[in-house]
Design a protein around this ligand. Sequence first.
Ligand code: SF4
Length: 324
Amino acid sequence: MDLCRFRYVFGPVRSRRLGLSLGVNNVPYKTCSYSCTYCQLGRTTDLTIERRPFFEVNQVVNEVHAFIDRFDSEVDYVTFVPDGEPLLDIRIGETISRIKEVTSKPIAVITNSSLLYLEEARADIAYADLVSIKIDSVLCRSWKAVNRPHPDLKLENVLAGVEEFAKSFKGRLVTETMLVEGFNTSAEELEQISSYIRKINPVKAYIAVPVRPPAESYVKPPEPSKLVEAYTLFTKALGEDRVELLNLPEPPEYKVYGDSETWLLNLVSVHPLRLNYAVRALERIVEDPLAVIEKLKMSGEIRVVIYEGEDFIVRAFNNQRLLK
Ligand code: SF4
């Protein structure tokens, strides 16, 4: 299979949690049950809780297979981390089982956890090796303000679904809590989030802050003192070895797979990339990385935006190339 034609896999992306992770994009752009204010993909355009089929399982599995065949030793995880909520894909369970037939690489799913109240959704990811669940808030007001959920979702159902899943899941369960200054950072709220997380007993609780351009410009990372307070409360509840801060940019991408333009477009569609990281990666295979970036900018396929004083490349979705 021609690596330039990949539609459903991207990266691999280096991350502190998963090492080198091959991304699987099993949901079309911005189909999500949440429209988080900090979302690095922009506002949700299809806010839904209806699980449905999106892509052909065979095609997704064939792409994962083709990539792994060629770069097997380099990939640590195959990770479902799409342009929206992965559990909206009603075929995710089948896709995971089929990927497990073609590779022994561990499979991770990064979910916002809003659909775990559905038994079928819990069953679909029961055999993943790692599941990361989002718990930004356990209070209705801030949950609505930060995650902007689909109106038919109820926080008590979401939390009950998370607890149910945590009880039965045999793989590695981790949580991720994104802190947004002034929205879910009060001492009372942090205390409640950390005790809730203690109850579901993950192997690791990650505390994240917005480090990439968010959907809403008013989103800001918390002050360092607030981050220390959150860390302290979490470690009191869970112990130091089970809490980690994700307040730094992910390590840079160094290796480009396939054609430079496709690699960059696929990556930035799910993962805004620091401009200087992109240049460092691209200069390994092209003479003039800035020319590649400029060409995509001129064609309207990417944009460069500034967040917290740094330049990021983001995908411009209103002018999407079909090869994505
Ligand atoms: S951050 Fe995740 S859950 Fe929130 S809107 Fe974006 S894709 Fe959906």
